[in-house]
Ligand binder design. Sequence first.
Ligand SMILES: NC(=O)c1ccc[n+]([C@@H]2O[C@H](COP(=O)([O-])OP(=O)(O)OC[C@H]3O[C@@H](n4cnc5c(N)ncnc54)[C@H](OP(=O)(O)O)[C@@H]3O)[C@@H](O)[C@H]2O)c1
Length: 206
Amino acid sequence: MDASREAETLAIANSRVTIHMAASLDGFIARKDGSVDWLETSDEFPDGATMDPEFVEAFLKTIDCYVMGSRTYETALNFDAKGLGWAYGDKPVFVLSTRELARRRDTVEFNSGDLAQFVNGRLRPRFRAIWFVGGGVVSGECLRLGLADEVRYSILPILIGDGISFFEKLDRDVALHLTEVKAYKTGMVALCYEVLRHRGKAKHVT
Ligand SMILES: NC(=O)c1ccc[n+]([C@@H]2O[C@H](COP(=O)([O-])OP(=O)(O)OC[C@H]3O[C@@H](n4cnc5c(N)ncnc54)[C@H](OP(=O)(O)O)[C@@H]3O)[C@@H](O)[C@H]2O)c1
């Protein structure tokens, strides 16, 4: 194997695909109409940890790129337009879409091809920490294709009854290994799971 091929193989082996979203306790990431007003909760859990802004800033620096579906992109653009900011800093953002969408930022790139080929062939050789940040359609697809290494699930202290699921249309069980649990003063619980390969059970097996 030549040196550049060897370096690429090593980069792929060291890369990590994380799915991260915040959800209600009943497993929804947005209401049916896409709204996320319920993310602002007002619980207090005195024994919980404080979200230290310096830690958050340092942690965000460890993320190398973001991947999202077109609907999540549209929500992010709306937030930005309302003056609530762009959550992804100057990191590359890859938006999955089959449509022609407005490219409002230089850091945004669109992709419409084969998702497995895109992640394994283009992202893994270039980026170490690859974060899938929603929505439910893209997270489900990422897991169905066996692309995710880790799932980070932040549960908010609220039930909303109905909405867009964290993972849409999973066709099999996905076995997970719990690696982190942290409760915050805001009542949010952050869970981190490693995705166990080849341990899922097909759903429609008789
Ligand atoms: N609570 C949270 O942490 C959180 C995080 C993220 C998002 N959200 C919310 O979730 C909602 C959006 O989630 P969602 O599940 O409805 O949609 P989504 O996953 O954000 O986007 C789905 C769209 O992405 C495109 N897409 C997906 N896979 C593709 C592929 N392989 N190739 C090309 N295009 C692909 C398709 O759009 P085209 O029609 O453009 O082809 C598809 O309709 C929003 O309301 C957002 O606010 C919440």
